[in-house]
Ligand binder design. Structure first.
Ligand code: FES
Length: 172
């Protein structure tokens, strides 16, 4: 299927190849929506409106049909994030074991608020729903790594490691 919508955002060639390979695996091309969104986010870090329009055109959907999926699933992001993605679980076990304080420690370490890129560009801190590790609450994920039984000391340790490993976007 040829796409009429041109994106000024450039996807990598390998992402475009992946998308072209995914579509024929489904009896209806629209069923490929989620894997394609996954590929776009893996490439760009998020799924901007322009990319949503491009995907919609490619699959014969309307942009709002794509946006409904992007905004329904917490996994998908419409906005850019910092270099590292910190998600603090706030569901019951974690909430009862101090998740909100844990989140405050992460925010304080990077002098940031929730759901925005920190001033140094290093992180975005967000709340998440149950991360399937309720027995070791409170927990958080940094990118794909799970951190359990969090305390303020452990948060400081994690943040120091991130600061060492991840360059700041600003001069320090
Ligand atoms: S409640 Fe936090 S991991 Fe389940």
């Amino acid at each position: 299927m040829s796409t009429q919508v041109k994106m000024s955002i450039q996807l990598k060639d390998e992402t475009l190849r992946e998308i072209e390979a995914v579509i024929p695996r489904y009896p209806q091309s629209r069923s490929a929506l989620m894997p394609i969104l996954h590929a776009v986010q893996a490439d760009l870090g998020h799924i901007p409106l322009e990319a949503q329009e491009w995907v919609a055109d490619k699959l014969g959907l309307t942009p709002i049909q794509v946006r409904e999926v992007v905004t329904f699933y917490p996994y998908y992001r419409e906005h850019p994030i910092g270099k590292r993605y910190i998600r603090v679980c706030r569901t019951l076990s974690c909430a009862l074991n101090g998740a909100y304080k844990i989140c405050d420690h992460f925010k304080r370490e990077f002098d940031t608020d929730l759901n925005v890129i920190s001033p140094d560009g290093r992180v975005t801190v967000e709340f998440a729903e149950c991360l399937a590790s309720c027995g070791t609450a409170p927990v958080a994920m940094v990118d794909d790594d799970l951190y359990e039984n969090l305390t303020e000391e452990k948060v400081v340790e994690i943040c120091n490691r991130i600061k060492q490993e991840t360059p700041s976007s600003t001069q320090e």
